[in-house]
Design a protein around this ligand. Structure first.
Ligand code: CA
Length: 232
């Protein structure tokens, strides 16, 4: 089955370039040059990936991203931004994109990011012998459904918050620096964006910890970084 990808990008040259590259990866590609049209398309048809420009006529990429995230069906989103100040906005608002690329990007970079996202989607949807669930203390993490229960109650996490929590929970007791987390969870290093890790951890703690001021799940290791509590 070819993968269906929706590209919402008003710069036609970029949209067509992305289309050609994705077709090279055996994807079926639909283009939308306007935000409102793109959102309507994303809502009408299930896509395996949505590539979303940030600045769009009709409706901006952040709003589209928020609306797609509000749906129960999980759709991976790769965000395109044209300058690093926009990247700050994307990271700062944490609107739940799976990944982002800053323009101008190379074709190789684009293909690598898309492949990484599709691999992750395949891994999540692959029928596995056992339904993977991590049960640890007050947390229950359903890996395939991307659902988390804390103290028996469902918590809503953004895509990156979930990835970060899962990475920690799969490596209990291991200490990670901020730049290691940025590299492993976000997939590549962005020196200078370590504060992004701090803000994600603060939000995650507020959602999963019984007492966020005295975190038990994700602990601070002073002067180094963070670790997930040891398995007891
Ligand atoms: Ca644009």
């Amino acid at each position: 089955m070819p993968r269906r990808v929706l590209v919402v990008e008003d710069e036609e040259d970029i949209a067509n370039l992305v289309k050609i590259q994705l077709e090279g990866l055996s994807c079926t590609v639909k283009l939308a040059f306007d935000g409102a049209v793109g959102l309507a398309e994303a809502e009408a048809t299930p896509y395996d990936l949505v590539i979303l420009d940030l600045m769009l006529p009709g409706m901006d990429g952040l709003e589209i991203c928020r609306r797609i995230r509000a749906k129960s069906r999980y759709t991976p989103i790769l965000m395109l931004t044209s300058k690093s100040s926009e990247l700050d906005r994307v990271l700062g608002l944490e609107m739940g994109a799976d990944d982002y690329l800053t323009k101008p990007f190379s074709v190789m970079e684009l293909v690598a990011r898309v492949k990484a996202i599709l691999r992750r989607v395949d891994a999540l949807s692959a029928p596995s012998a056992e339904h993977k669930v991590i049960d640890t203390g007050n947390l229950r993490i359903d890996v395939e459904r991307r659902e988390v229960l804390a103290n028996g109650a469902r918590v809503e996490l953004t895509a990156k918050e979930f990835d970060l929590l899962l990475y920690f929970a799969e490596n209990p007791g291991r200490v990670f620096t901020r730049s290691q987390l940025l590299d492993r969870v976000w997939g590549y290093s962005h020196s200078g964006y370590e504060h992004t890790v701090n803000s994600h951890i603060n939000r995650l703690r507020a959602k999963i910890e019984e007492n966020p001021n005295q975190p038990d799940c994700i602990q601070t290791v002073w002067g180094v970084g963070y670790k997930f509590r040891d398995r007891s």
